[in-house]
Ligand binder design. Structure first.
Ligand code: CA
Ligand code: CA
Length: 464
């Protein structure tokens, strides 16, 4: 009798996991779509000019984050914080030459490895980690480029211009023969291959555009006219904007100056807009596949850029590396089954929040090492308070700077170990960050509060 009871007990224990798994919701898949150097000049983010119907349609399916920030506005450091789940100060990854594992070590579980360990099939196509360090991230399928099935026809360059980081050209290439176009189609094939398999998938597709040079098919240039394009000075930027900006806050601008005329600058911005629309078309290839394969119902879809991009603001800034909104703020959209639809979340969030968010959305435990917070409360209620404090971004050039951005203000301190210069912008009165209020006595109590918030944010990185 005792033996029989023991046998039944063992049987119940053995069957328990199956009972639990049949009751649990089916595992969710993940499609992570990354872009390189794309600022939020997109239709759904309010651009009056840029055409991005596919990204807009994605935003309409989920939650668009209006105050999402890169933790470091450069490729390697931003991608490493997003994929490792810790701040740049914790990973000690600041420059494009810093190995993501030099400080974190070989056993640190990066985002794709976490999903692999949890039983997922993981695949990356295109640029996900920074080029130099792709080998530091394990994927079940790891492809820089989709396969070339036949030699693409020759193409010509129809027009070109710009200089250095503002270089552009328009070509006769077909989308499917460009690197990004080919990769998007390959990622769509992977979605088709993995659909219906017992093992859930985590597929990451990284577009190389709109990173400069802005070389894309001519049809995307033809969507715009330079008459639509305005340079920052024509959008209300004061001519003395630089007078109150600490010189350490300013970086690249020689190419903006070298272009010489606003006519040439408009052509460069038009090329950037064309590149946004080109990437948008590639996103459309992925979204069409999700629809055709009926994958929306069990797939979490994330769209994000690694950081933003300047188009001549603050007297001619270009590219990234700054702590102004154009460089730190990113487009960031999450679409998850059974979560909010067509909503906007204004809470300050960071790209390193992605790791714990994806874990929670997929019903997996959030690793203790994650320094971000799950954004699932915001996906349930975009007006929720997540008590994450302000968004925190750093750069190390020129001695280093740290910046926080809450809903009302941006506060930036330059000088890594000791503050040497400060900027304070009142984002409600001055969303373009034109007037530095750090020395304005009317803002002194606000300045003191923000200095306290920055001091707290500096303490959050825990592994340094
Ligand atoms: Ca980048
Ligand atoms: Ca100013």
């Amino acid at each position: 009798m005792k033996q029989q009871f023991h046998f039944i007990l063992c049987l119940l224990v053995a069957l328990a996991p199956f009972a639990a798994s049949t009751e649990a919701a089916p595992a969710k898949n993940v499609l992570l779509i990354l872009t390189d150097d794309m600022n939020d000049e997109l239709g759904c983010y309010g651009s009056p000019v840029v055409k991005s119907p596919n990204i807009d349609a994605l935003a309409a399916r989920g939650v668009r984050f209006n105050n999402a920030n890169a933790n470091y506005p450069v490729c390697n450091a931003s991608r490493t914080s997003m994929l490792s789940g810790v701040y740049p100060e914790s990973s000690q990854v600041y420059y494009n030459t810093d190995n993501p594992r030099a400080y974190l070590g070989p056993d640190w579980v990066m985002l794709p490895e976490y999903f692999h360990n949890q039983g997922y099939y993981t695949a990356r196509v295109g640029k996900v980690a920074h080029d130099t360090f792709v080998q530091e991230f394990h994927w079940d399928l790891d492809r820089e480029n989709g396969p070339v099935t036949k030699t693409p026809p020759p193409y010509t360059t129809v027009a070109k211009g710009g200089i250095g980081l503002l270089s552009w050209s328009a070509t006769t290439q077909l989308d499917e023969h460009t690197q990004d176009g080919r990769n998007a189609r390959y990622a769509a094939q992977l979605l088709e291959q993995r659909k219906g398999q017992a093992q859930p998938f985590f597929i990451a597709m990284g577009f190389r555009k709109p990173h400069t040079p802005w070389t894309v098919p001519i049809k995307y240039f033809d969507m715009y006219s330079t008459a639509q394009i305005k340079v920052p000075r024509e959008l209300g930027e004061p001519s003395n904007d630089r007078a109150d900006i600490p010189s350490v806050a300013l970086t690249y601008n020689s190419e903006w100056a070298t272009l010489g005329s606003n006519a040439e600058r408009r052509k460069a911005i038009l090329a950037a807009y064309a590149s946004h629309s080109f990437v948008d078309a590639g996103v459309g290839v992925l979204l069409d596949a999700l629809t055709r394969l009926d994958l929306w119902k069990d797939t979490v879809v994330v769209f994000a850029s690694d950081h933003g991009q300047h188009f001549g603001e603050h007297g001619g800034l270009i590219a990234k590396h700054t702590l102004f909104a154009e460089a730190t703020r990113v487009p960031f959209i999450i679409v998850a089954p059974e979560k909010s639809v067509a909503e906007v979340a204004d809470a300050p969030v960071e790209l390193l929040d992605l790791y714990p968010t994806l874990a929670e959305l997929c019903g997996l435990p959030i690793p203790n090492e994650n320094e971000g917070v799950s954004l699932v409360p915001l996906l349930n209620d975009p007006a929720a308070e997540i008590h994450n404090g302000p968004a925190y971004s750093v750069v190390r050039r020129s001695g280093g700077g740290r910046s926080i951005r809450n809903g009302l203000y941006r506060y930036t301190e330059w000088g890594w170990s000791k503050p040497k210069a400060a900027e304070l912008y009142d984002l409600q009165a001055d969303p373009s960050e034109y007037t530095n209020q750090a020395k304005n006595s009317a803002y002194q109590s606000i300045l003191t509060d923000l200095q306290g918030e920055l001091a707290l944010a500096k303490q959050r990185p825990s592994l340094k």
